[in-house]
Design a protein around this ligand. Structure first.
Ligand code: SAM
Ligand code: SF4
Length: 328
């Protein structure tokens, strides 16, 4: 059985973007009320006294937009300095990154993933929903700052939506030619905006690889990540290309992660809603740390049975939380 040691932590469900694939365009989202959010102290207690003792040592901060979380640099500093922490990373949309990149790096964040779905500012604005006209430029500036500060690896996440940004695959892949950047194409999943998903569908990683192979050739990379991405490289390129194919392939058997939402729900599988436990209520009801550890252990024991192996229309039904609420 896989050792499950990787926790993805949603710091906040709110976001300064409203990406078309992540949030529904026509409904008001019910944001978590402030009093329902785990406080910074509660989060640190859960990591130190519950997750680390049951074997977690890799953490990723996500959201919503994690850089909107008050005190995010201090949180990074504290999590990075737990002696058991072996890896601390973040997934961000990059909009607020430029002025924070150095502080985050100094605090102990070494790896960062930045979402960048288009190189065209107009298309970018269409994807991120209503926003300032400088959205793309500001994110690009965040990417440049992260690069300058020394984040390594620096990964760029791309969700491919047919008819929206699928014509940019080659331009996005070309970013890896001269830079040691890692562009990761993520298959569009039916979480967040079901209408868009049924209207547009999704593009498989195999189709993307074919396009790239025809242009430059493509080899399997020697740099092999421990995550769900299949990693390739354009011959001679400095960076790599990752493909996350949760719609067309099944990597449940090598899954080593669980997710903690900003309001303290622990979720064993991104694409299956069963088995979640409410750690915040348990923590606030004065259960002992041993009792919380036991609850987490029981969830981990069930994890291999809670998965996304049945890729049928039933499993592709409506999810009650968006990616921004789960912590994608
Ligand atoms: N706000 C941050 C960001 O955008 O990078 C972090 C949170 S976001 C929910 C984490 C990742 O989930 C992003 O890379 C985003 O592109 C991806 N994502 C969101 N909705 C998705 C969907 N429906 N299908 C596939 N990936 C999705
Ligand atoms: Fe916000 Fe990230 Fe979702 Fe886009 S993908 S709306 S940036 S949480």
């Amino acid at each position: 059985m896989n050792q499950i040691n990787y926790l993805r932590i949603s710091l906040i469900d709110r976001c300064n973007f409203r990406c078309v694939y992540c949030m529904p365009d026509d409904t008001e989202l019910n944001y978590i009320l402030k009093k329902q959010l785990l406080t910074n102290d509660e989060l640190l207690t859960l990591i130190k006294d519950v997750f680390i003792p049951v074997g977690f040592n890799r953490f990723r901060l996500t959201g919503g937009e994690p850089l909107l979380r008050p005190g995010v640099v201090d949180l990074v500093n504290k999590i990075a300095h737990f002696p058991q922490t072996q890896d601390l990373s973040m997934t961000t949309n990059g909009f607020l990154l430029a002025p924070l990149a150095q502080d985050l790096y100094n605090a102990g964040l070494t790896r960062i993933n930045i979402s960048l779905d288009s190189l065209n500012p107009h298309t970018f604005n269409l994807i991120i929903g209503h926003h300032s006209s400088h959205g793309w430029e500001q994110v690009w500036c965040g990417i440049q700052s992260a690069d300058k500060v020394g984040f390594n690896p620096l990964k760029l996440n791309v969700v491919v939506i047919p008819g929206v940004n699928d014509h940019e695959i080659l331009n996005l892949a070309a970013l890896t030619l001269d830079k040691n950047w890692h562009v990761r194409f993520i298959e569009f999943m039916p979480i967040g905006n079901n209408t868009l998903f049924s209207d547009r569908g999704w593009v498989s990683s195999a189709q993307l690889r074919d396009q790239i192979r025809q242009r430059w050739g493509l080899t399997e990379s020697q740099v092999c990540g421990s995550g769900p991405a299949d990693v390739f490289q354009i011959p001679g390129a400095k960076g790599t290309l990752g493909f996350i194919s949760q719609m067309s392939e099944c990597f449940c058997d090598r899954c080593n992660r669980v997710r903690l939402s900003a309001d303290g729900w622990l979720r064993p599988c991104l694409l299956n809603e069963s088995g979640q436990i409410d750690l915040k209520t348990a923590l606030r009801s004065s259960q002992t740390m041993e009792q919380l550890q036991q609850q987490v252990r029981e969830l981990l024991n069930l994890k291999s049975e809670i998965n996304f192996k049945e890729r049928n229309p039933g499993t592709l039904g409506t999810y009650s939380r968006t990616m921004s609420q789960i912590g994608g």
